[in-house]
Design a protein around this ligand. Structure first.
Ligand code: ATP
Length: 514
């Protein structure tokens, strides 16, 4: 991460804590690594994100329904899904610094460095050639760029093979050959690479022993698969149909850094779409496009997203990609779209001895459907929004403000109700307005400090509208609405205030763009 990217992330972490979005968990006990608590503004933003996803999935699609499965499940589920045997990450320790890393991530970071070198060559050349610069031609002919690309391809190929074959020795050789050093200490004194299972386990009931071992789910998907027939039958669903679920997942990540990007307890929003065998790749394409469009409605900038096809397909997939977002630390996975074949349902049939098939009345036969999964990390989505919307501005009068430019439908507080001064009956009138609005929108009443400081406080938590009650309000029953981003004010009548604000903050604005 460059210094400025690192600084931006630090600023966001500081801002998130100061303004009640996110606190480190168990802070008075010096924290617990990679776990975070969402404060009053954080929980509101998170709830709005869940609602936007849920409405886009369940409300806007006739054939997608919801589910809320338990976190604890029968332990054989994790045997069937492959998580007990294969949900591993390759782990490597540096003997000098005693720091632990994911071997594949060390190699991927090395690849990113070469990509950065290519980008540097390109920007140098663009400056040198000015308007005549032809980027495509430069990329396909410049010897230095070509050599870098060749190196990337060779390393990528070896990494892919080593991961596919779980060839841990090859991963270590690759790290040694590339001369990869511990990013913290610079030491190249590495241990062997070992596999590390990411599932947390605990015991059910009061008896200990292997038979009582259960797991905290590492993904919400399996709760959907094992309920496939319950949902299909009780909802009389016909293929294709989807089941959506939002819930916690737990992974004992080897390294969990970068704030809420990689946590050990996090939330997923997953949708499993059950389709006819043979049609899965068309649906895979369909959901790739649909999900990208959903992201784009958030207004974080089209260029900040890209697809990344998986090099190393998971044991259950026949196609998979990530939607990556440009976080402060670079392009990283935000959502996974996976064509999971019939792997999970078939595995559960085998392990449970129960049929998990759909009877197709038109074809008059039963089959195990194929599955397309869309899986997004809610916390990562939160980080994408916070880091993108966090803005430091210098205003025309030279003063500074920090403003979080969240889309209005997602903002924690929709409107602040502010009496201009605390006398002449203005606070009473403002309180009255609060009472008028409180059943429709989450508002905040604030009468402390000068009006300018109150505006700044609301800017910092992303409140899109400030409603100010002034002396004119008492004369003509109008108030001003200040827009957070333009800082312009309009006067509206108190009688239309609720509907004006509701309209401006409605989630329908986002849903209609889908
Ligand atoms: P990564 O490669 O970053 O470890 P993954 O490919 O293992 O992620 P998936 O299993 O596809 O992730 O999980 C689906 C989504 O869940 C991811 O796109 C991500 O948004 C989220 N997610 C996964 N692991 C974490 C984590 N440790 N903390 C926060 N979100 C996570």
């Amino acid at each position: 991460m460059s210094q400025s990217e690192d600084n931006l992330l630090k600023k966001i972490i500081g801002h998130a804590k100061e303004y009640g979005f996110i606190y480190p968990s168990s802070e008075i006990y010096d924290g617990l690594s990679a776990t975070y608590d969402y404060g009053p503004n954080g929980v509101e933003l998170k709830n709005h994100l869940k609602r936007y996803w849920w409405e886009a999935m369940v409300q806007a699609n006739q054939n997608i329904v919801g589910l809320d499965a338990a976190i604890f499940m029968h332990p054989t589920i994790w045997k069937a899904s492959g998580h007990i045997d294969a949900f591993n990450d390759p782990l490597i320790d540096n003997k000098d610094s005693k720091k632990r890393y994911r071997a594949d991530v060390l190699i991927e970071d090395y690849l990113t460095k070469i990509e950065n070198k290519i980008a540097k060559e390109e920007s140098k050349a663009a400056k040198r050639f000015g308007e005549d610069f032809d980027l495509d031609q430069f990329r396909s002919t410049n010897p230095r760029v070509l050599a870098y690309k060749e190196k990337i391809n060779a390393i990528t190929q070896r990494l892919k093979e080593a991961l596919e074959q779980s060839a841990l020795k090859d991963l270590k050789s690759l790290i040694e050959e590339l001369g990869i050093a511990d990013p913290v200490s610079g030491s190249k004194n590495w241990t062997d690479v070992r596999q590390f299972n990411l599932m947390f386990s605990t015991e059910l009931g009061s008896l200990s022993g292997a038979s009582n071992k259960i797991y905290l789910r590492p993904e919400t998907a399996q709760g959907i698969f094992v309920n496939f027939l319950n949902v299909q039958k009780s909802g009389r669903m016909r293929i294709p149909f989807g089941i959506a679920q939002i819930g916690k997942a737990f992974r004992n990540e080897i390294i969990a850094r970068q704030f809420i990007f990689r946590m050990r307890e996090f939330e997923q929003m997953e949708m499993q779409y059950f389709v006819k065998p043979g049609e899965e790749l068309d649906w895979y394409q369909h959901w790739k496009e649909k999900r990208m469009k959903w992201h784009q409605t958030l207004g974080l900038g089209q260029d900040n997203y890209r697809f990344h096809d998986h090099l190393n397909l998971a044991h259950y997939a026949n196609a998979a990609c990530d939607i990556e977002y440009q976080f402060p630390m670079g392009f990283k996975e935000l959502e996974g779209i996976h064509s999971r074949t019939d792997f999970d349902l078939k595995a559960h049939e085998q392990h449970s001895g129960k049929k998990l098939q759909f009877f197709d009345p038109i074809e008059n036969k039963s089959y195990v459907p194929f599955v397309i999964e869309t899986s997004i990390g809610l916390d990562r989505l939160f980080l994408a929004l916070l880091s993108n919307c966090y803005t430091e501005e210098t205003l025309a009068d030279g003063s500074q403000r920090t403003v979080v430019k969240l889309p209005a439908p997602l903002a924690p507080i929709k409107a602040a109700i502010l009496p201009l001064v605390n006398k002449d009956g203005l606070s009473e009138k403002a309180q009255e307005l609060f009472e008028q609005l409180k059943f429709h929108l989450l508002c905040q009443y604030d009468s402390k400090d000068a009006i300018g400081r109150r505006y700044r406080r609301q800017d910092a938590i992303g409140t899109p509208y400030c409603v100010t009650v002034d002396h004119q309000t008492l004369e003509d029953n109008t108030v001003t609405i200040r827009d957070r981003d333009s800082m312009e004010q309009e006067r509206v009548s108190v009688t239309s205030l609720t509907s004006v604000l509701q309209e401006k903050c409605s989630m329908v604005q986002l849903l209609k763009q889908l």
